[in-house]
Design a protein. Structure first.
Length: 299
């Protein structure tokens, strides 16, 4: 993320779109899809979000119905990363048994995509419509009605990836600001020698290193047991993305007008930092889950 948000996005989306296959797929599904995902011959997509089901995934309106031994998927997903570019969509849908995951090839009849409104930190994003898409029963991922375990495991791992990206972004921004503070002179001395500027840089470095340690800690736990590590992953995601926003804002302040130049590294970091506090779970939603877990543990 420090070097390229697009490379980070490709790496992360390949993971988030295929993780449910890795942990919940059949041997045949793994054999068919994972080697191509790993080699980038196939692009992955995860279709969770809907117009009225953003953080509230239990409210999804997309359905999967078993008709004569075939699965029929109907509904619409919005703001889906890799939409229009992905070769398949791991899709969350409701049925009588509860919430289920199905693997929908992008070229299946009835799958349509259109671009979503462009974000302030652009990447491939779009809406996906499933117009009565007919799939074989082998398209299921995991057991009917048991999707939330796979979804939460996916989020537990890839919230850590967002935290890691936030640390990388904040590190890059801080390096830009520190370089500027060393070389820019005002009132006869480098900016670094002015107390308020030094405080901004010191506070930022503290934020970066605290976020880095929590991210590494969460990653270690998620590697051992992703589902059990969900709250640690959420804490790392909240802490690192909130820290990145603070750090980049301070760095722009250190750099003054030089921090406001369009398409400069610091301006790109500034735009890229803001969405990270929303996707993969908005900070406020994650904090609610973290607090609920805390009170349950101490109660």
């Amino acid at each position: 993320m420090k070097a390229s948000s697009h490379l980070h996005s490709m790496f992360a989306l390949q993971g988030i779109g295929s993780y449910a296959i890795t942990v919940g797929g059949t041997d045949e599904q793994k054999r068919d899809w994972l080697p191509r995902v790993a080699s980038l011959d196939t692009l992955a997509g995860l279709a969770l979000t809907e117009e009225n089901a953003g953080s509230d995934l239990k409210n999804v309106a997309t359905t999967v119905v078993d008709k004569g031994g075939e699965l029929v998927v109907t509904g619409e997903k919005t703001f889906i990363s890799n939409a229009g570019a992905a070769d398949f969509y791991v899709t969350l849908a409701a049925e009588d048994a509860g919430l289920s995951l199905v693997l929908v090839p992008a070229d299946a009849p009835g799958v349509r995509t259109r671009p979503s409104p462009e974000l302030i930190a652009p990447h491939v994003l779009g809406d996906v419509t499933f117009g009565g898409v007919v799939l074989p029963p082998e398209a299921r991922l995991g057991a009917p009605g048991k999707a939330m375990g796979l979804v939460l495991s996916t989020l537990a791992v890839f919230r850590v990836s967002v935290a890691g990206a936030a640390v990388g972004l904040a590190t890059g921004a801080l390096e830009e600001a520190a370089r500027h503070a060393r070389t820019r002179e005002q009132f006869g001395r480098p900016l670094l020698k002015h107390g308020p500027v030094a405080q901004l840089l010191a506070d930022s470095w503290n934020d970066v290193e605290m976020a880095r340690l929590l991210t590494h800690d969460a990653a270690a736990f998620a590697r051992e047991d992703a589902r059990a590590a969900l709250n640690r992953s959420s804490m790392a995601k909240v802490a690192a993305t909130e820290a990145a926003s603070r750090v980049v804002d301070r760095c722009v302040q250190v750099m003054g007008r030089w921090g406001l130049i369009a398409n400069s590294p610091i301006e790109r970091y500034y735009r890229q930092a803001r969405p990270m506090r929303v996707y993969e779970g908005a900070s406020e939603v994650l904090k609610l889950g973290i607090a609920t877990t805390l009170c349950g543990e101490v109660g």
